[in-house]
Ligand binder design. Structure first.
Ligand code: KDG
Length: 337
């Protein structure tokens, strides 16, 4: 079968235990992540043939990350090795008086420094029906941005569908002074489908849309702006999160086409175990729906089910199965009473 391909950096996450702050030098638990890898694993768990194109250092950390992809059923044969280090990040879970915090330690990684100009993208993408890329890659520097842009351009010439998750990471852009407003729209312009909300659209167009977020107001206005700017764009998809407290959020899914605005029910996630990768799990669920020929409304429901279920799983990967998504939807969400 034609494969779903993700291009991006693999990362190792080191999480503090419980709500311990990093400065107390707590025990750290490792997980493998990376926004695009998370989508690949999520889709593999949902039964799709998936591949990752990435670059790792030729050391135990790099091989551990690629090994985790293989473990969860992703084809890692296009993960190559190159000089440089493994990208890491440290996660401190939020507490009552402290938001969660991410500390990146990834500058100069094998991926960020890879010679993407020498990649044979047509060969790497052969046999794929879909390419997924995210704004994290552009945020790593011009080299990685150019790699992402080239991958998307070649995919389009081969008739491969392209999705782009904005995944705006201010800390990464600030680390090298990159201009997200200049670079992110170039990637958006290549996409058939964008995961991103009104904040992303406002950022890249340096404008503010009127009204409340949600199906009709600000988000629809932002979507219309994106549709006018990007002629090939078919869908703009995002979540809307309400933070009741650090343990309890509410999540809904939104999808805009040129003619329609869809919104799911808003689900309670009352005992958050780990919200990292929630957006990637949402993306995997939506893409699973689209790849399976479901209606847009059904795909959006599958996405929100995946996004909510991820909050109950430690680590960056979404490991829900189709049966898990269906059970979540048929039970109308978690029992939060
Ligand atoms: O979306 C989850 C990702 O943010 C996480 O896996 C780490 O890719 C990552 C990043 O760069 O923040």
């Amino acid at each position: 079968p034609q494969a779903f391909t993700c291009f991006g950096e693999l990362l190792i996450r080191l999480s503090t235990s419980g709500r311990d702050p990093l400065y107390s030098l707590p025990e750290l638990t490792p997980f493998v992540g990376g926004a695009e890898a998370n989508v690949a694993v999520g889709l593999a768990r949902l039964g799709h043939a998936t591949r990752v194109i990435s670059v790792i250092p030729d050391n135990d950390l790099g091989h551990a990350a690629a090994g985790q992809l293989r473990f969860w059923g992703v084809d890692a044969s296009r993960v190559t090795t190159a000089p440089g280090r493994m990208g890491l990040y440290f996660l401190t879970t939020g507490g009552i008086h402290r938001p969660s915090d991410i500390l990146y330690d990834r500058a100069g990684s094998a991926f960020a420094e890879a010679d993407f100009a020498a990649f044979d993208w047509a060969k790497l993408l052969a046999g794929s029906s879909w390419l997924h890329v995210s704004g994290v890659t552009a945020a790593l520097g011009l080299n990685a941005f150019n790699g992402a842009l080239r991958a998307m351009q070649v995919a389009r010439t081969l008739g491969i569908k392209v999705s782009f998750d904005c995944n705006y990471r201010p800390k990464l852009w600030e680390a090298w002074g990159g201009d997200a407003r200049a670079l992110i729209p170039q990637l958006m312009a290549q996409a058939d489908l964008i995961f991103g909300g009104y904040r992303d659209i406002e950022l890249v167009f340096q404008t503010t849309f009127a009204g409340e977020p949600g199906s009709d107001g600000r988000s629809r206005a932002a979507a219309d702006h994106a549709f006018a700017a990007f002629p090939d764009l078919q869908r703009l998809i995002c979540t809307r999160r309400e933070q009741v407290n650090v343990d309890h959020n509410r999540l809904a899914g939104l999808m805009y086409t040129r003619t329609e605005s869809l919104e799911t029910k808003c689900y309670d996630i009352a005992r958050i175990i780990d919200r990292i990768g929630g957006g990637d799990a949402f993306a995997a669920g939506v893409l699973h729906g689209i790849l399976s020929g479901k209606s847009d409304a059904e795909a959006l429901d599958l996405g929100i089910a995946g996004g909510c279920l991820k909050h109950a799983m430690p680590g960056d990967f979404a490991l829900a199965t189709v049966a898990d998504l269906e059970a979540f939807l048929s039970e109308d969400g978690f029992d939060v009473k």
